[in-house]
Design a protein around this ligand. Structure first.
Ligand code: FAD
Length: 431
């Protein structure tokens, strides 16, 4: 049976979900082989392209992922876009089981007039820009304005606010890209508003350690209502940059400059809460407030894309419909991470849910629910990719790029200077 042979399994996506799923499968099955397919040339998903540069300790998970990748039963194949270069049905043919862990690559649109004006960016793109995501390297946000408005009050909104407010010299020893640092050094942004539809009790930030929400609320209220002491008041008076939370405000329209060429402000509808408990909703009161600003960053959420028409997708929830990671109605197909649960939750949450998916897969394997008989695994996919002119990169290729990035950072005391251009990366690999 497949249980005694070598189960060939593939994972799509090399973020935390992909790596933690692979880790679980390798640890709990003595012969399982896991191939990880990744569209980027480099691994680790949002750990590299999402997590803020001034939170380096969060990126330590990369050490664990690297150990997994070094297993002789695991292989990383970057530069392969599943759904384009190879389809999910082709993967299902070649493997005993396929796990989709491809995250949430789109952003939730605001759906308001003026959203397309220059000066309005998704937080996703802004984060991708300062973290060196190739597709966002040309973003070049104009930070010559006085006030920036961030729409949304989740963790990502706070990251973005911190990057705008932190004196650039405090970011110089991080892995933020040199290009972003250059733009931030020229920034004239003095005030950052973080705007939310609901109130302080409903904000979506998480704190580092999962302490009760009560603690966070107390902290918020104390900061907001207490008079600062003399020392704090002096510090605030001399601060060159300030920020604030604006609650019970919902974006209604991005206001254009007189020539209509860029953003000049945002019109916010004042809201109030209706209902109790889980049914609480922010409803407009009819009042509006115009907030002048030259930059709008919308941080109202990430969103998964459907990958392939063969895979069920719930467009409303933006997830692959599943039962504990088993994709509904498609035996042998699984999912984990943000594409399974929706785009919320930290790396630790993603780890737990990925281990659970791994567990379900191994249970099905044991119960004989996966195809019996050998499967070709990567041999078959390699032939397909090669016939299509796709040339994957390996984990040792990544290690070469990694070494190059680390060495480029050394001169300036940065942990690394990220490579931004896929063409250059391929050249460095001798392609
Ligand atoms: P991802 O990390 O997005 O990984 C998905 C991978 O799939 C990517 O590598 C992507 O390139 C790849 N992929 C996509 N489509 C395809 C395709 N068609 N074919 C092949 N590969 C594909 N958590 C913390 O614990 N601490 C933090 O400080 C923190 N900061 C964050 C900051 C930001 C801005 C964001 C957005 C998230 C942050 N998180 C943080 C949350 C954490 O990043 C997520 O919980 C986690 O990354 C989700 O893992 P994932 O593997 O599901 O998705």
């Amino acid at each position: 049976s497949t249980q005694e042979q070598t189960p060939q399994i593939c994972v799509v996506g090399s973020g935390p979900a992909g790596f933690y799923t692979a880790q679980h499968l390798l640890k709990h099955h003595p012969r399982a082989h896991v191939d990880i397919f990744e569209k980027q040339l480099v691994p680790f998903g949002l750990v590299r392209f999402g997590v803020a540069p001034d939170h380096p300790e969060v990126k330590n998970v990369i050490n664990t992922f690297t150990q997994t990748a070094h297993s002789d039963r695991c292989a990383f194949h970057g530069n392969v876009v599943v759904g384009r270069d190879v389809t999910v049905p082709e993967l299902r043919e070649a493997y005993h089981a396929v796990v989709l862990s491809y995250g949430a690559e789109d952003h939730q649109a605001l759906g308001i007039p003026g959203e397309e004006l220059p000066g309005v960016f998704s937080a996703r793109a802004f984060v991708g820009w300062y973290n060196g995501l190739p597709e966002n390297r040309e973003l070049a946000p104009d930070l010559s304005c006085d006030t920036a408005v961030i729409l949304g009050q989740g963790n990502v909104a706070l990251d973005v606010a911190r990057i705008l407010l932190t004196p650039p010299e405090h970011l110089e020893k991080t892995d933020i890209t040199e290009a972003a640092l250059g733009v931030l050094r020229q920034s004239r942004v003095k005030t950052v508003w973080i705007v939310g539809r609901r109130g302080p009790l409903q904000v979506a930030f998480t704190i580092k350690v999962p302490r009760p929400r009560k603690r966070l609320t107390e902290l918020l209220l104390r900061t907001a209502t207490e008079k600062p002491g003399a020392e704090e008041a002096a510090r605030q008076a001399s601060a060159s940059r300030t920020w604030g939370l604006r609650f019970f405000r919902s974006p209604q329209q991005v206001l254009p400059s007189p020539d209509g060429r860029q953003v000049a402000g945002i019109r916010l509808a004042v809201t109030r809460l209706e209902g109790v408990g889980d049914t609480t909703r922010a409803v407009p009161t009819g009042d509006v407030e115009d907030l002048p600003c030259g930059l709008v960053l919308s941080s109202v959420g990430y969103k998964s894309r459907p990958i392939d028409h063969s895979v069920p997708f719930d467009p409303k929830l933006g997830v692959i419909p599943n039962m504990e990671g088993r994709v509904v109605d498609v035996p042998g197909l699984y999912c984990s991470g943000w594409v399974k649960r929706g785009p919320t939750g930290v790396i630790a949450t993603t780890m737990t849910d990925s281990f659970l998916t791994g567990q379900m897969l191994l249970q099905d394997l044991k119960a004989g629910l996966l195809p019996s008989g050998p499967r070709p695994g990567y041999v078959a996919i390699e032939a397909l990719l090669s016939s299509r002119g796709v040339r994957p990169v390996s984990f040792s290729d990544w290690e070469k790029l990694d070494a190059e990035e680390v060495s480029r950072g050394q001169g300036t005391g940065k942990p690394r200077e990220k490579l931004l251009d896929p063409q250059e990366m391929l050249r460095l690999l001798g392609r």
